[in-house]
Ligand binder design. Sequence first.
Ligand SMILES: *[C@@H]1O[C@H](CO)[C@@H](O)[C@H](O)[C@H]1NC(C)=O
Ligand SMILES: *[C@@H]1O[C@H](CO)[C@@H](O)[C@H](O)[C@H]1NC(C)=O
Ligand SMILES: *[C@@H]1O[C@H](CO)[C@@H](O)[C@H](O)[C@H]1NC(C)=O
Ligand SMILES: *[C@@H]1O[C@H](CO)[C@@H](O)[C@H](O)[C@H]1NC(C)=O
Ligand SMILES: *[C@@H]1O[C@H](CO)[C@@H](O)[C@H](O)[C@H]1NC(C)=O
Length: 202
Amino acid sequence: MALPWILTVLSLLPLFEAQNPANVSITAMPITNATLNWLAGKWFYIGSAFRNPEYKQAAEQIQAAFFYFYPNLTEDTILLREYQTMEDRCVYNSSQLRVQRKNGTLSKLEGDKEHFAHLKLLEDPRSFMLAFQPEDEKNLGLSFYADSPDVSQEQIGEFQKAVISVGMKKSEIMYTDWKKDLCGPLQRQPELREMKAEEEKP
Ligand SMILES: *[C@@H]1O[C@H](CO)[C@@H](O)[C@H](O)[C@H]1NC(C)=O
Ligand SMILES: *[C@@H]1O[C@H](CO)[C@@H](O)[C@H](O)[C@H]1NC(C)=O
Ligand SMILES: *[C@@H]1O[C@H](CO)[C@@H](O)[C@H](O)[C@H]1NC(C)=O
Ligand SMILES: *[C@@H]1O[C@H](CO)[C@@H](O)[C@H](O)[C@H]1NC(C)=O
Ligand SMILES: *[C@@H]1O[C@H](CO)[C@@H](O)[C@H](O)[C@H]1NC(C)=O
């Protein structure tokens, strides 16, 4: 089992070398096939800090959340299947994200409004961030995701540093509480297995 792991690490190296790990400033970083392959799979929403009142209100309602990314490298889209616990119940939703490779953004169409988020890789490849409206001091936001709900102090510390570096305060961060998750037991496993089977077809 050691070999696949080493191969994965090596193939990710160019991805992370391109970033200055000590500097989490919000600059454009193109999204490549390697980025999209790395993003594929299950992620947990850990926390966020939002100035935009609409985003902030939405984030306040989320007690816990996890989701699956299924990128399509030829269409430049990501199928998103999300399992959010809010008001003590599990809400499942699926939607299609668009990928703008050049400016390193993902977007979601809601009604006639397209919401953009800049993908930000962190030093720790088991986590990533999304930056919302980074150019607008009154509306900016950062959200933080990891491949496990049990994040380390180092991972949290990296996110807090990023929040501070964009001019927000640690106290503006809202964290989810994995103990409140009600979706885990309900997730649609058969459907997900079908998806994986689809993907493995040549
Ligand atoms: C990141 O790098 C830029 C340009 O080199 C610099 O202006 C900025 O202060 C750095 N930010 C941090 C948090 O180190
Ligand atoms: C990507 O999208 C195209 C067009 O919809 C489809 O033919 C293809 O099977 C998709 N690829 C994957 C890996 O889902
Ligand atoms: C990315 O992957 C897709 C699907 O495998 C391929 O068609 C495309 O040429 C790749 N793009 C680059 C820049 O390698
Ligand atoms: C699911 O997502 C769509 C598109 O983003 C949205 O319009 C809809 O309100 C969402 N449904 C729930 C139950 O959150
Ligand atoms: C990113 O690029 C797309 C397509 O070129 C453009 O429509 C969009 O406005 C850009 N978004 C940001 C936030 O720069």
